[in-house]
Every structure is written in C-alpha cells, then in structure tokens.
Design a protein around this ligand. Structure first.
Ligand code: HEM
Length: 280
C-alpha cells in the first residue's frame, strides 16, 4: 500500500522485506551487535541506491503519488539538495510498512483469540472504526519512543537531567487505569479517541489515518471473505524485539476449505476465488 501511495511502479518485495527487517532489528535492539549494525547499514545504503535509481530513471508515477510530490519539492527548493530526499523516501517506505504489517497481524490474532469480538464484528461492521483504535491500544506495534530532556525536571520522584535519554513506554501508557476503564479488557466499542501508539507532539506519526483505514479495510475484507477464520496453530512466533510487537508469521485457517480440483469440477467457485487462494 505504501509503495503504491509513493507511486512506485515496481518494488521487489523480498528485497524490501529484508531491508525493513534489518532496520527494525537494529532500531529495536537497544544495543545492536556488530552483525545487526552491519546489516542495517547495508540495507539503508541499498534502500538509498534503490530510490536514487528510481528517481534518476523516473520509475515512479509522475502525475500522482508522494514520490513525485517530493521530487518536485526538491526541484523547487523546498527540500534541500543532498541526501534529505532519499532519507524521506526510505523513512516513508520503512515506517509506512513495518508497523502497519505488525498491527494487521496482531489485530487479527487478538480478534480470533477473543472469539466473541470477532463474532461481534461479524454482526456489526459499524464497530470497525472503534475496534481499529482499540486493537491499536491493546497491543501497540511500537512499544516506546525516545526523547532527550531539554531541561532538568523530576517525575514521580525521579530526577531527570537535561540531555538524559527518556524512553516513554507507549504500551504501558495505553493500559493506564487512570485513563482507561478496565484497561486489560479488549472492548471494541471503547470511545476514548486515539491511543498513544502513534506518539504525540511534533513528531507524531503522519501515517495514523492511513493505518486505521488499512486495518478497517483488511478486517472488513477478512470478515466478508472468511467469516469462520481461525488461527491454524498456536505457536509462539512473535518477533524478538523490545520495541516492536508483531508476528514473524501467523498461519490462519479459513474453515471449510474446499479442494481445488473438487471445487473446479463442481463449478462452485469463480476463477477469481481460485486465483486469490480461497480454494486450495
Ligand atoms: C501501526 C502503524 C504505525 C504505528 C504504530 C506508527 C507509530 C509511529 C510512532 C510511535 C512514531 C514516532 C512518534 C514520536 O516519537 O513521537 C511515528 C513516526 C512516524 N511515522 Fe508512523 N506509525 C505507523 C504507521 C505509519 C505509516 C503508515 C506511515 C507512512 C505513511 C508512517 C510514517 C511515519 C513517519 C514519517 C514518522 C516520523 C514523523 C516525524 O518524525 O516527524 N507511520 N510512527
């Protein structure tokens, strides 16, 4: 989705997933080791080269798409010459994908684990909007952010000095009992506005609206397409990161699978169903 919005005509997904995973591992490591550092460095350089060649060869949609807007902004002097444009592109591609991908996985997982919520959504799609926010609160894909203190202050009896690194824990704030009634309960109809998962202040996430649209659209499509969806097997396949929450993989099982030759012979499915994997 983010590649499409950028207006990229072609992204090699396997390459892109490797870059993204290398960067996420490095950023989330706290104290990255030599190997993690080298991999992240290689990936960011490759990402920069990729965007350099895309811009040079004009392999992006010029009429619409964010990349065209950014290139025009550089040509008209709104973005400085030099690496800033490439940095923006890399940031958008990475930030626009890694966290959203994780949220889609955890959102579906928790809905299926709390089956009553999945069933509730099935019968009432109007809950989708508040459900997306609640799932974002319940299991934030980004668990903390970082800031340097710009003055001395004390917080809950703790002294923080100017220049100290502070890591506000988003995941904990999203379960604050002073803010949320029964914070450890997943309530799809909670009406408390936006949780802190997108950060706050001058660096608040610019992709919040897009993310919520993606989550709502994905869950709606799954409910429509596979109303009896199930988790195929409980496996502990969470990514190993203190910063990000998400799955390496999440096998799901659309109940009532029909075998491809049987379905075809019976003429009970359309070609598009066969193509998009409804029938195996
Ligand atoms: C589940 C999805 C997402 C989550 C949880 C998330 C979370 C965050 C967080 C926590 C920050 C830092 C805020 C801070 O430190 O105060 C951030 C910044 C940012 N996000 Fe997202 N994000 C998501 C999706 C997206 C998408 C889809 C895009 C792109 C379209 C995006 C682009 C950015 C950018 C460019 C920044 C940096 C903003 C700045 O520094 O001014 N994010 N995001």
């Amino acid at each position: 989705m983010i590649a499409k919005l950028l207006g990229l005509s072609h992204v090699d997904q396997s390459e892109f997933l490797t870059w993204s995973a290398d960067l996420a591992t490095f950023i989330g490591a706290g104290f990255p080791d030599e190997d993690q550092t080298q991999r992240a460095l290689r990936s960011i350089v490759e990402m920069g080269r990729y965007f350099e060649s895309v811009i040079r060869d004009r392999r992006y949609s010029e009429g619409e798409g964010l990349l065209g807007v950014l290139v025009n902004a550089q040509q008209s002097g709104q973005i400085k010459e030099g690496p800033e444009l490439l940095a923006q592109c890399a940031m958008l591609l990475f930030a626009g994908h890694e966290t959203t991908r994780h949220l889609l996985g955890t959102a579906v997982y928790w809905l299926l684990r709390h089956r009553r919520t999945w069933e509730a959504l099935k019968s009432d799609h109007s809950l989708l909007k508040s459900a997306a926010r609640e799932l974002l609160r319940w299991d934030s894909p980004v668990q903390y952010t970082g800031r340097r203190a710009n003055c001395d202050f004390s917080l809950y009896g703790m002294q923080i000095r100017r220049g100290d690194l502070v890591l506000p824990l988003i995941g904990a704030a999203n379960r604050d009992p002073e803010r949320y009634e029964d914070p450890d309960e997943l309530r799809l109809d909670r009406q408390v506005g936006m949780p802190l998962s997108f950060g706050s202040g001058p660096h608040v996430c610019i992709g919040a609206t897009l993310t919520l649209m993606e989550v709502e659209a994905t869950i709606a499509a799954l409910l429509r397409r596979w109303p009896d969806l199930q988790i195929a097997e409980e496996q502990d396949d969470w990514i190993a990161s203190p910063l990000y929450r998400g799955f390496v993989s999440l096998p799901l099982w659309p109940k009532g699978i029909v075998q491809r030759p049987v379905a075809r012979a019976a003429g009970c499915v359309s070609d598009s169903d066969l193509d998009c994997g409804l029938v195996y």
